[in-house]
Design a protein around this ligand. Sequence first.
Ligand code: ADP
Length: 250
Amino acid sequence: MNVIEAEGVTFAYDERPVVEDVSLTVEEGEFVGLIGPNGSGKTTLLKLLLGLQRPDSGTVRLFGEPTGEFSDGERLGYVSQKSTDADRSMPITVREVVTMGRYPHVGLRRLREEDREIVESALDRVGIAHLADRRINRLSGGQKQRTYIARALASEADLLALDEPTVGVDADSRDRFYDLLNELNERGITIVLIEHDIGVITEHVDTVVCINRELLHHGSPDAFAESDALARAYGLEGTDSRLPVRNRTA
Ligand code: ADP
């Protein structure tokens, strides 16, 4: 089953195309890393793939349904770059944020014991049970990211989409964060993630999507390393980006 199917997706801000004719699929259980230089359209493409923005042309299907008709919002856990800023002034606790993940399931009924157990288990799975009563605005960037992932787990999301989740996180915490993502992925959650550190991403994902407005690569990290996509994305044509610098000879 394809979780995402995009065909010929094009999008412009003020008539300047930032995503052009992108077609790709994300399969159930895949871990996809989306890379490209600053301003290459990564965030815009991710929003288009999630139906948060409408393409000017082309189509996107989410879990088999056109995004315009998709209504299973709880299947999607999206952590934008901005979401970790949004709670700065909110005096709510980590547990309360994670509990919000249950709202689409709860509707107008009261929270049941079962909902509370799901929340506690989500806190536990991402390693923040000890922070449950802390205010979200008192957490580090990495702890906040975990909180939002726990919220997505509490909502029983099948697809986790993360926009540069490890910005401002130290190297150790970043490695542990990726270990967590790999573990969630192994348990069946599909992950699409934007990351600026190419070395880190290629170590952890199944599939690299590299864009600079257009799609330059969609395939395995190994195939990416062998290709000229990186040079094309970062405007380094003419240099052989496939070779490590120390091996380049005149
Ligand atoms: P990336 O995530 O790769 O840094 P973005 O998708 O955020 O790229 O942005 C792609 C391009 O679109 C950039 O040139 C950016 O300045 C522009 N852009 C992003 N958001 C808007 C917006 N709301 N209005 C106009 N231009 C935008």
